[in-house]
Design a protein around this ligand. Structure first.
Ligand SMILES: Cc1ncc(COP(=O)(O)O)c(C=O)c1O
Length: 438
């Protein structure tokens, strides 16, 4: 057996994991295979990224062809066709007006890039005093210093004792009366008006941007009430604030459209994406930017880089090849439409868990659901950890932020895959119902 000591696992209870490892050795379609040959249903699309299913042959072929042709080229002062083509293709499916694309390697880098672009934009316009960012409680924007500053998850900051940006936060869109609402809550658009209060408090002239996930994913699938995002957009427009949608989870199909912006009919000034853009086959992320922002930053002496920012692997040829193939797959297999047609079945299946022991809320949209469990008397997060481990034992991979189990299956799942995932989850919820005495 492989030694497990040296790899410091991210976002993992290392000591507990290494005492009882959960290893996978292969994957195909919606299933992982363990080294012992047991099948595990992928109830979280890898980590919200494998929409087209594991081992998609078109993506694998594209990457194999690419590695033989051009394994690496940076995008600093030299270019290769894949990065340009990918940016054009992403711009073509993005909301109208957003057609300039900065490529990075992850969602965290995408968020930090978007925040830097906002700061640079205002400085270029002579409004450098605008450097306050408004995030939202229970928002997750990755783990860069910018991302944890605008993020609304204390646990991501507590150990580090500092944030580097000036921020304030809107309240999360979650309310107890939404506990078993299907899809978007009809009440609560007015929660967006809190932004007016923050503008009055800080003054618009100090605010660089507002950043939200259209649907908060990592904190347990918090679905915005009908009209909430429209209201945020209106307030941002009224006060001249930039609006950034972090679509690292929602981008490229999860909600049944290419972007949440399209699904909700709200156009932000920037969209951050990652994850599903390559079907998880290679690390890639980016920021899609409104043309005017980009053009404002195309300034300075022509021989100098307009933006002193970028990464060695920005526009990596292998990642671009994977993303181009994924865009073909999304189009040719009509994956967003498939999500739309599977979503009602999925909704019924996850809401049937409402009567499982200790389920206190079920929330869903597209192919994303959060099944929240009653926390143990001993403290938050224990039940969730226990239930997540039990899910793996019962044959479904999930994640449990706090005490909420996430179900976010690949877009290519069938109704019977969904049934199998939900049945395994029900058994795991039952298994984990009793609080350990020790
Ligand atoms: C909304 C959101 N933003 C940013 C990130 C960070 O992405 P990455 O882990 O690729 O840095 C995530 C990751 O789950 C995310 O859900």
């Amino acid at each position: 057996m492989t030694a497990l000591d040296a790899f410091w696992m991210p976002y993992t209870a290392n000591r507990q994991f290494k005492a009882a490892p959960r290893l996978v050795a292969g994957a195909q379609g919606v299933r992982y295979r363990t080294p012992e040959g047991r099948e595990i249903l992928d109830g979280i699309s890898g980590l919200w990224c494998v929409g087209a299913g594991h081992g998609h042959p078109r993506i694998a072929e594209a990457m194999k062809r690419q590695i033989d042709r051009l394994d690496f080229s940076s995008s600093f002062q030299v270019g290769h066709a894949g990065a340009f083509e990918l940016a054009e293709r992403i711009a073509a499916v993005a909301p109208p007006g957003l057609d300039r694309v900065f490529l990075v390697n992850s969602g965290s880098e995408g968020v930090d890039t978007a925040l830097k672009l906002a700061l640079a934009y205002w400085r270029a316009r002579g409004e450098g005093q605008r450097h306050l960012f408004i995030g939202r409680e229970r928002g997750f924007h990755g783990v860069g210093f910018g991302g944890i500053s605008v993020g609304g998850m204390l646990n991501n900051r507590r150990a580090f004792g500092t944030t580097l940006l000036r921020t304030d936060h809107l309240a999360a869109t979650w309310r107890p009366e939404q506990a078993f609402v299907r899809g978007q809550p009809s009440e609560g658009a007015g929660m967006a008006d809190e932004l007016e209060r923050l503008v009055a408090l800080h003054d618009a002239s100090h605010i660089a941007a507002v950043i939200v996930e259209p649907v908060a994913g990592s904190t347990g699938v918090l679905v915005p009430p009908v009209g909430y995002l429209q209201r945020l957009r209106e307030i941002c427009t009224r006060h001249g604030l930039l609006l950034i949608f972090d679509e690292v989870i929602t981008g490229f199909g999860r909600l049944g459209g290419m972007f949440a912006a399209e699904v909700f009919g709200v156009v932000p000034d920037m969209i951050v994406f990652a994850k599903t853009v390559t079907n998880g086959a290679a690390p890639l992320g980016g920021v899609i930017v409104r043309r005017e922002l980009h053009d404002t930053l195309m300034h300075g002496p022509p021989h100098l880089a307009e933006l002193m920012h970028g990464y060695t692997c920005s526009g990596h040829p292998l990642a671009c090849a994977a993303a181009l193939a994924m865009l073909d797959v999304l189009r040719d297999e009509a994956l967003p439409a498939r999500v739309r047609s599977l979503a009602p079945y999925f909704e019924n299946a996850v809401h049937a868990l409402a009567d499982a022991p200790g389920v206190v809320s079920v929330r869903n949209i597209g192919l994303a659901a959060g099944i929240e469990l009653q926390a143990d008397a001993a403290g938050a997060g224990r039940r969730g950890t226990r239930a997540q481990a039990a899910c793996f034992e019962r044959g479904v991979l999930t994640r449990a932020p706090g005490d909420t189990l996430i179900l976010a299956p690949p877009f290519v799942s069938t109704p019977s895959d969904i049934d199998a995932m939900v049945a395994a989850m029900r058994r795991a919820i039952e298994d984990s119902a009793t609080e350990p005495t020790a």
